[in-house]
Design a protein around this ligand. Structure first.
Ligand SMILES: N[C@@H](CCC(=O)N[C@@H](CS)C(=O)NCC(=O)O)C(=O)O
Length: 260
């Protein structure tokens, strides 16, 4: 491991953090990950020096009290410095060097991990054009991930419109990945890159819908990905192959085997 540590604060476990942990594993970058279970993050001070707050610090008139925006409800405690570094106020929240530079959006945190490596082992491609192609896939993956975030967060009161948007995003994304894998061995090129890491973690997160089958069925909806293995065989096989690699399984555990 190099000593160029990147600090990440988040709820844990979080598939968005897995991206960076897996990349760090492939290219030997030291990561310092701090956090707690999702429900406990409202008891934390969101800051470069994140810490648990005592009960008397968790009050609505605290200077750090903020209304949560997405994925959380109620009050969260974020410092002004945190919001300066992270204007959207989201986690995972990464900090480079001394903490003055905030890096947000899990795909960008993933990129920063690879950029911090002394030898990135080709994870960001072998040329500027390859890096741009990798970025293209990461952008496409974020579109899927954003739909999946809305879909999974509204699982208790799903509307037909949300289900339909998710289906459409899923089909668009998976058909592109399946097509790419007809010509390449990996998502973006013939080698493993961060496009593969983003693919595994964001698609894996969406596939949590498979564990929510009865909740979907009770509301009159089907599991969107139920025929993924038949409809998108290359993408499904790629996901399975990558998830068996130790660099992935060390962080994802048996999560993917539950949804595949
Ligand atoms: N696309 C972002 C999503 C980050 C995000 O939306 N995080 C939510 C939790 S899922 C958050 O931090 N919300 C803070 C709030 O509600 O104020 C990424 O990949 O990092």
């Amino acid at each position: 491991m190099t000593n160029k540590a990147i600090k990440i604060f988040s709820y844990l476990p979080n598939p968005r953090v897995w991206k960076s942990l897996v990349a760090a594993q492939f290219c030997g970058v030291a990561l310092e990950v701090t956090g707690d279970k999702p429900a406990n993050l409202q008891n934390w001070l969101w800051d470069y020096d994140a810490r648990q707050l005592s009960e008397n610090e968790r009050v609505d008139d605290s200077p750090h009290a903020r209304v949560s925006k997405r994925g959380f409800s109620g009050t969260l405690f974020k410092t002004d410095a945190f919001l300066q570094a992270h204007p959207f106020g989201t986690v995972p929240a990464a900090f480079g060097d001394d903490g003055s530079i905030g890096i947000f959006e899990s795909n960008s945190i993933l990129r920063s991990v690879v950029r911090a490596a002394e030898n990135d082992n080709g994870l960001y491609g072998a040329s500027g054009n390859e890096a741009s192609r990798i970025d293209s896939f990461l952008d496409a993956t974020l579109v899927l991930a954003r739909e999946a975030q809305v879909y999974l967060l509204s699982m208790n009161e799903l509307s037909p419109a949300t289900h339909e948007r998710m289906r459409s995003a899923y089909e668009f994304y998976l058909s592109g990945i399946d097509q790419a894998l007809t010509t390449n061995n990996y998502v973006a090129t013939d080698k493993l890159t961060i496009a593969d890491i983003g693919f595994v973690c964001d698609l894996g997160q969406f596939l949590r819908e498979r564990l929510l089958k009865s909740r979907l069925n009770d509301q009159g909806f089907e599991v969107i990905s139920q025929d993924m293995e038949q409809e998108f065989p290359r993408a499904a096989a790629h996901l399975k192959t990558l998830s068996a690699m130790p660099q992935f399984s060390e962080h994802l555990g048996d999560y993917l085997s539950k949804v595949l």
